[in-house]
Design a protein around this ligand. Sequence first.
Ligand code: PLP
Length: 393
Amino acid sequence: MGELVYLDHAATTPLDGRVRAAMQPYLDEKYGNPSSMHAAGREARTAVEAARAEVAQLLGARPEEIVFTGSGTEADNLALRGAVACFADPCHVVTSAFEHPAVLETCRHLETRGVEVTYLPIDGEGIVQPQALRAALRPDTRLVSIMAANNVVGTIQPVAELAEIAHRHGALFHTDAVQAVGKMPLDVTRTHIDLLSLSAHKLHGPKGVGALYVRTGVNLEPIVHGGGQEGGLRSATENVAGIVGLGCAARLARDEMGAESARLVGLRDRIETGIAETIDNAYRIGHPYMRLPGHLCYGFSGQEGEAIKLLLALDEAGIAVSSGSACSSHNAGEPSYVLTAMGLDTIRARGSLRVTLGRFTSDDDVDRLLAVLPEAVRSLNPIASHAGFGVRA
Ligand code: PLP
């Protein structure tokens, strides 16, 4: 088997060598605790603050509005649980039915504490429609949380419009932008976004570090108590190397986003054309253009139940893709709640192929995928291909 063709960047991304180089000194000789007053501590503090400024700049935020966390999941928890804890009375929260579990499960937890939650429907193309939000708002709605881009189908949500609707109603607006940050422009000053979660490992940074943007004036209760780091919102000695890595990843994303998105769209279009030319029963899932530049999601009609086999056949050929979300590998084969929320029937919702590209994806990688995929689809279900499905010669 040749080198791995890694096409699962929505699950995680490889560390950029420049990020690794920036982190290295903070794993070795620069090991001070940023809370220490001596020179080693001050050196670590300076690095943490420089990273905070980089993350802020990527989002159009002020550095003091960035809180470092241990993950995107933790940022989501802090946003939702932290905001709800500050509301005096039991309240109503609106989210969407196809959020990542980091938001959905936090909402379910809030429901056990007396919070009422509405899960907005998703349209057939994977978009939360603004009118659905308008219809769901109630006098006691205090918080709306809608993701910026979906992790399974890659569709981009109209967050600026959704945030404006929430604001006009007097509710806070949170967006889980873990998939979107670094891949599309997001500017918190030009929108009404109050809270925004991100995660370093989705933008060629290290795992185990994330951040929450908290608009000045928005009150949150901490969910981790202790020594008062991160303005009291996230106690714990800072993961200095991880934070430095996130800062570097944010700077690279900002500098390279324009050219990189165009490159990824080019690769993605090649894959789409290749699939359309060689696989008759392939259908794209999700909006044709309101989606992340390097994100593709496909179904193969008549063969949806075979999605895991397809994934394993590609894996055998040295190509890493996903059949949905990496977070759901333990319930592989079950209908995807994301696709079900989009209105796909249970058969279609069982089978999808997610191909997600990243900074190091090359033309050769695309060639390898296109050389292997048609045959892998054909091998799944020869009977279906005889019936007119399957692969064009
Ligand atoms: N939100 C979305 C949309 C994601 O895709 C993910 C990761 O897959 C997360 C949250 C969780 O981020 P982390 O892995 O940093 O906890």
